[in-house]
Design a protein around this ligand. Structure first.
Ligand SMILES: [Zn+2]
Length: 375
């Protein structure tokens, strides 16, 4: 009789990036609140309802094991820490850092005009609100120090500084605030903390030499070096060509120019846009070459900017394809991006998001089954 070797079952974790389009009620309420047509109390009530509804739907409709608050109450993935200080400390003008998307629309980051740099809002606030509504693990996205480094307007580096507030002093304050943002989420029991590093690929568009990317990696590692290896296991990074209103800002930049530097970040989990890449195999080969033995690679198997809903079988095949290059023990799945990084982006209906997420969960399970039985 043949003896049977019992292998340990290897699970493939699947997580969303974070954002889900805001509910219609919330989008309307935000407009009214910002036009002084609604009190903050009424606005908060509507925000709470939206968070509660999103967590319930993510749990019950999609079957996700790890949830998020859908970023319902974030004004955007990048400005949330400083949003409440915008009129007090920031300015919007021609010297601001701007991102131009493929369809020509622009998003502007305000520039700091009053020192010192500080956060008004830390992400643990969102995490705690979500944790109060479910027993399932909650993932929390935070913004990178490198993205917020762009509020120190680049022209100041050449022409002077704000109130004797040097760039180095600014970076120290930024590093402290970003560390605090991550640490508070870890202390409050986040399942994972994900740094949204959408400007990584963009940096190669701004500076083809790669120096800006290397500076961004350095700025982020200044923060990450303050965490011990156990804490770093719960920290991850998300990269993509930047999604907003169903289009991107840097998909014309070659991914393989970004990945070697990306894997120098002192963290464990990489949430990597992949499904919308024209040549996935080339990207997977680059990942295989540069990833480290302690890394987990969550590959994007769903494209949020494509209205067509992926089937579970498509997802399964994408996972099986990736498993040829990434050991199953180090593999995970995610969506290519959040579904709505900015609060006013309602380009994708919520039902479509949920169907896409459900396909990701089911397709990942199907691949897990195959990979474990043919291992
Ligand atoms: Zn993204």
């Amino acid at each position: 009789m043949a003896s049977e070797v019992i292998h340990q079952w290897i699970s493939i974790p699947s997580e969303l990036i974070g954002s889900i389009p805001r509910t219609q009620e919330l989008v309307q309420a935000r407009t009214q609140f910002e036009s002084d047509l609604m009190t903050i109390e009424d606005f908060r009530k509507i925000e709470n309802v939206a968070v509660e509804q999103t967590i319930r739907e993510l749990d019950q409709v999609t079957g996700s094991m790890v949830l998020s608050d859908g970023e319902q109450t974030k004004p955007s993935f990048v400005t949330y820490p400083i949003y409440d200080l915008i009129f007090e400390r920031y300015k919007f003008d021609k010297q601001c850092f701007q991102i131009t998307f493929a369809d020509g629309h622009v998003r502007t980051l305000p520039r700091l005009v009053k020192a010192p740099f500080k956060y008004a809002t830390y992400a643990y606030k969102y995490l705690n609100a979500a944790k109060a509504l479910t027993k399932k693990p909650i993932k929390q996205a935070v913004i990178t120090a490198s993205a917020l480094s762009m509020v120190y307007s680049p022209h100041l580096l050449n022409t002077g500084c704000i109130e004797n507030y040097s760039y180095e002093k600014f970076l120290q304050d930024l590093t402290n605030e970003c560390e605090k943002d991550i640490r508070l989420c870890l202390e409050q029991g986040a399942h994972a903390v994900q740094l949204d590093f959408t400007e990584a690929r963009l940096s190669l568009k701004v500076d083809r030499s790669g120096h800006l990317l290397k500076d961004f990696i350095k700025i982020n590692n200044r923060v990450l070096d303050r965490f011990n290896p156990n804490e770093q296991k719960k920290i991850g990074v998300h990269v993509c060509p930047g999604g907003d209103l169903d289009c991107a800002h840097s998909s014309d930049i070659d991914y393989t120019l970004l990945l070697p530097d990306l894997f120098q970040l002192q963290l464990t989990n990489f949430y990597i846009q992949l499904s919308s890449e024209p040549d996935r195999i080339r990207v997977l080969k680059c990942i295989q070459e540069h990833m480290k033995s302690n890394h987990r690679i969550f590959i994007g198997v769903i494209d949020p900017s494509n209205p067509i809903i992926e089937s579970a079988e498509i997802v399964r095949d994408r996972v099986l394809e990736a498993a040829k290059f990434i050991p199953i023990e180090q593999l995970g799945t995610t969506d290519d991006c959040g579904f709505s990084p900015f609060a006013d982006d309602t380009s994708t209906p919520r039902e479509v998001c949920y169907k896409k997420i459900k396909a990701r969960i089911q397709g990942t399970k199907m691949a897990e089954q195959i990979l474990n039985t043919h291992h």
